[in-house]
Write a protein that binds this ligand. Structure first.
Ligand code: IVH
Length: 698
């Protein structure tokens, strides 16, 4: 299928050009598989998300009609709903050995000499493929007659745990791949399930916000994700599966066919062509040791820029016949080696613990470490998150601890080396009072953090100010953390309203400041007065009210102070607002000192009114289309079907593509056919013509 064909066929399905038949349902299954591959493997989608969703829903509808015809490789069959409690053990078709490791260039030269020695004497050159060594969890996939039949962990190399149900939820794993086009009927593929570093950072941030423990590194999150009992939990980890080897292949006569693939590079290209995801910039061919060395070193230098966590490079003999000739020891193949990068883990001493106060008073313990180099970066401190984190690991001052840095993620204290204790280590005392204002700390039920609840606490005020000016909130250009500290020390800033009272003339006279930077800051502060309301709401540091929730709230009010009349119940009536957020918002607006600050902000010229950016797509609740499902059939004369669907959606309707029990309105254009007939047989469908529809969207 080409992109063009896929696009045109998708449009035809979206325009309901076909009636549901089993044959069409199978065609749609193939089409959705193609779109999944374009989206999840190639990162190059052809359809918009809503269009894809509509196709997916259409397939689901058709499948509900012929449940016994649903193909196991259908994209709708990725998430199983049944729960398993344990994993079965399965035997791999080909045992998976380990890779031998090298840590320097000399080791690579030794490896090369051994390879040459194992080959017939006329071989003086060997072609190698160099790949990144992905640091996630190994997965072994089995395909039979083009279908994914099993997925397993590496286990002990001979047998692993059956994790098929979890692997099926990973969109980067094709449920069907046309190996048969290449004469292969049984294949075993190996790959690495891995979480992209950026997504990992986001998952950890969310977990900390939800008072859940954070993951030490993407590898732990990935291997844990593979072993979830509930596949929908696996799906939440955002794992991707990048394949790196065909380990076994058999033709339809049951004969071994691996060597027919000729080279490792060809087998990887074949996997890519069949829809699998491979490591970006993942296959490099070379036949000189000099280039191989340079290439490995270049990757080591750039490893932090790679989207996935890698711990080295894997060097493999390219020719599969040569691989077979070189053979293996009982532990590892002799045709491959891992070139390991410098460690990202190190052992160092936990010198002391500082307790930092966050913008809503949460106390975060931070380990101060004896400086240590980790993958090229000097590490001196690491967050210990909360009291439970310390207690679970039984960390003590003076302990030797293992720290780890994963990608651009902040360093993490894995554990204390208890065997190295001398007896002089001291328990970490969690403070009972706020380190900044000495107010007694409280631990709110269900939360991991101890909190300072004094709203006048200087440390909290400082953090709130830093948050208010930051990119995500009021986005005051050039107003960094450093300036907040300076102005706070000078006594110029005590509340967010003071930002709009700053004396820029006085600022220009400050040492190390200058007229220019004061002027720039003045301009930026002044500009921020017109920021949309949601940014101001986010800037107020209300617990659990992030950017998205701020938008939800700003869409509900004309003026920010309207919220002071909203009760907790009024707030929970908003679909996205739960009881905790409702409590936090209600108590913020019940506090007279907060209202006072908001009034000051307004009198200083800061916008408190809802703006266009705050408004959701306007839906008139009285519109006959509000919250109705609508279907267009036949041809329209005044606009295209797509335009009509957009207009209907803008008026609050949901467009669907088939007649079902949920359908409210059918717009029948010219030459309407089977759908109209079907709708006429349904009791609750309102059937209208184009003219009537036009009166609703005027
Ligand atoms: S080839 C004989 N290639 O590293 C085993 N492995 O022991 C052939 N890994 O946990 C493995 N990236 O999951 C190979 N490009 C790559 C790899 C890779 C990561 C992992 C693999 C296993 C370990 C190798």
């Amino acid at each position: 299928m080409t992109d063009k064909e896929a696009y045109e066929r998708s449009k035809a399905f979206l325009n309901s050009d076909f009636d549901a038949t089993i044959e069409k349902m199978h065609e749609l299954t193939d089409l959705l598989q193609y779109h999944e591959w374009k989206y999840y493997v190639k990162n190059d989608p052809i359809l918009s998300d809503p269009e894809y969703d509509r196709l997916y829903q259409l397939l689901k509808q058709w499948e509900s009609r012929w449940p016994d015809q649903i193909r196991s490789d259908s994209p709708t069959q990725r998430v199983g709903s049944d729960l398993s409690s344990d994993f079965e053990t399965v035997v791999h078709l080909s045992p998976m050995l380990s890779l031998s490791n090298s840590y320097n260039i000399e080791d690579l030269d030794d490896f090369h000499r051994q390879v040459l020695k194992a080959l017939p004497s006329n071989a003086d050159k060997v072609e190698y493929i160099v790949e990144p060594k992905l640091d996630g969890g190994t997965v072994v996939l089995n395909y039979e007659n083009d279908k994914l039949v099993r997925a397993a962990t590496r286990g002990n190399g001979i047998q692993g745990d059956d994790i098929t149900r979890n692997i099926r939820v990973l969109k980067s794993v094709p449920l069907r791949a046309r190996f048969s086009d290449h004469g292969l009927s049984k294949v075993e593929i190996r790959g690495e399930a891995i979480i992209p570093i950026k997504r990992f950072a986001r998952i950890n941030k969310e977990r900390i916000e939800q008072d859940l423990s954070s993951f030490a590194n993407p590898r732990n999150a990935a291997t844990g994700g593979l072993r979830m009992k509930d596949p929908s939990e696996t799906a939440k980890r955002g794992l991707e599966l990048l394949v790196f080897q065909i380990a076994y292949a058999e033709n339809s006569k049951g004969e071994r066919a691996l060597l027919d693939l000729l080279t490792h590079e060809k087998s990887i290209r074949l996997l890519e062509e069949l829809g699998f995801k491979i490591a970006p910039r993942g296959v490099h061919r070379t036949d000189t040791m000099k280039e191989l060395h340079a290439y490995c070193e270049q990757w080591e230098a750039q490893r932090v820029a790679y989207p996935y966590e890698i711990d080295g490079m894997v060097v493999k003999v390219n020719d599969l016949i040569q691989q077979a000739a070189i053979g293996a020891t009982s532990h590892h193949p002799k045709w491959a080696i891992a070139y390991k990068f410098r460690a990202k883990q190190a052992t160092t001493r936990l010198e002391r613990v500082e307790f930092q106060v966050g913008k809503i008073g949460a106390i975060t313990p931070v380990a101060k470490l004896q400086a240590v180099e980790l993958a090229g970066v000097t590490v001196e401190s690491a967050s210990l998150h909360n009291e439970d984190f310390i207690l679970e690991r039984d960390l003590r001052i003076g302990d030797q601890v293992i720290v780890e840095r994963a990608g651009d993620v902040i360093p993490y204290v894995l554990k204390a080396l208890k065997d190295l204790r001398t007896g002089d280590e001291k328990k970490i005392q969690f403070p009972e009072n706020c380190p900044a204002c000495h107010h007694p700390l409280q631990r709110i039920e269900g939360e991991a953090a101890w909190r300072c609840v004094n709203s006048q606490c200087s440390a909290q005020i400082l953090q709130k100010l830093i948050h208010f000016v930051s990119k995500n909130a009021m986005d005051i250009d050039g107003f960094g953390e450093k300036y907040v500290h300076i102005f706070y020390e000078l006594g110029w800033l005590r509340s967010i309203a003071d930002i709009y009272r700053l004396d820029f003339g006085k600022m220009a006279q400050l040492e190390r400041f200058g007229k220019k930077s004061a002027q720039n800051l003045e301009r930026a502060v002044s500009k921020s007065k017109q920021q949309p309301l949601y940014r101001l709401i986010h800037g107020l540091s209300i617990h659990h009210v992030g950017l998205k929730m701020s938008k939800t709230l700003s869409a509900q009010v004309n003026h920010l102070l309207d919220l002071k009349d909203w009760s907790r119940e009024d707030l929970t009536a908003i679909r996205e607002v739960g009881p905790i957020v409702a409590d936090n918002v209600a108590s913020f607006f019940n506090d007279p000192s907060n209202i006072e600050v908001l009034r000051e902000l307004e009198s200083l010229g800061v916008n408190l009114k809802q703006t266009r950016e705050d408004q959701p797509i306007e839906v008139d609740a009285d519109s006959p289309l509000a919250n109705k499902t609508i279907l267009f059939t036949g041809s329209l004369t005044s606009m295209t079907r797509k335009e009509a669907q957009e207009k209907a959606e803008a008026a609050g309707a949901k467009t669907v593509s088939a007649v079902s029990g949920n359908l409210d309105i059918l717009v029948a254009g010219e030459k309407a056919g089977s759908k109209l007939r079907k709708a006429q047989q349904q009791e609750n469908v309102q059937i209208v013509d184009e003219e009537k529809f036009l009166t609703w969207i005027q």
